[in-house]
Design a protein around this ligand. Structure first.
Ligand code: SF4
Ligand code: SF4
Length: 248
């Protein structure tokens, strides 16, 4: 029988015998290839619920493993190890240690949502990838990704001021992610903006960078949003068994 998704077979599980004769027939090398069974003993029975408790993970229980998401996936076309269908399977089965073997590539989802359009069960695999990457960070399996650092800075400005200022978001993101403030692509972008954008727009941009823009009478809205975020984070901490005191 043909083996589908051969890349899922770990090289260390492929066994051969250099010299093997069975009933007088030489089956040495390639002819004695077999795949060693995996033995999983450390199931996390709450894994599906933990992912489902995070934004984007809500529909994971609906997956019927058709594989349309992986088939449509932009990143899978370049890297066959990036396999949303397989990770959803591992999560639903509670196979946490197997999932952790791929922890360094799960964050590579580019949010193109091709999987979401291909999915016949409305699972929203893009959301599952985001929730899984978030879960890995919350459980300290991976450091905060640049994507999370950017999201946090963006959200912080919205909550604090009721507005965002592009230049400030970019500057704080670069600082917080340990990247240099002066980069070639940034210089080129600024040069293009100076050449092509109206002076009035550039003036407003510069003004907003120097003086934080703020929505008027924002304090009540900010308090309500902060309360909602705090409640949401507390619920997520509980669902992930992280306790009340730990920060997210
Ligand atoms: S959103 Fe992510 S998982 Fe879905 S197709 Fe695009 S890269 Fe793949
Ligand atoms: S396309 Fe949807 S139902 Fe099919 S494997 Fe992917 S998530 Fe599951």
């Amino acid at each position: 029988m043909a083996i589908h998704e051969k890349n899922l077979i770990r090289p260390e599980n492929i066994k051969t015998h250099d010299e093997l004769v069975i009933d007088g027939v030489d089956v040495s090398g390639h002819w004695s290839t077999f795949i060693e069974s995996r033995v999983v003993e450390d199931y996390n029975e709450a894994l599906q619920e933990e992912i489902a408790a995070l934004p984007g993970g809500e529909n994971i229980h609906r997956c019927w493993q058709c594989g349309s998401c992986t088939n449509a996936c932009t990143v899978n076309a370049i890297n066959p190890d990036f396999n949303p269908r397989y990770w959803i399977y591992l999560i639903r089965m509670g196979m946490e240690s197997e999932l952790l073997r791929d922890k360094d590539i799960i964050w590579q989802c580019v949010s193109c949502n091709k999987c979401t359009y291909a999915c016949p069960r409305d699972v929203m695999p893009e959301g599952i990838m985001k929730a899984t990457a978030h879960w890995l960070e919350l459980k300290s399996h991976t450091p905060a990704s640049n994507s999370t650092i950017f999201d946090n800075e963006f959200t912080r400005q919205v909550v604090e001021n009721g507005k965002i200022e592009d230049g400030r978001v970019l500057k704080n993101f670069l600082q917080k992610s340990g990247q240099p403030l002066v980069q070639d692509w940034l210089i080129q972008m600024v040069m293009q903006m100076i050449r092509h954008l109206p002076v009035k727009f550039l003036f407003h941009l510069g003004w907003a960078t120097l003086f934080k823009p703020k929505t008027r009478k924002w304090d009540k809205a900010r308090a309500a949003i902060e309360e909602h975020i705090a409640e949401e984070k507390a619920e997520q901490r509980m669902a992930l068994g992280l306790g009340k005191q730990e920060g997210l």
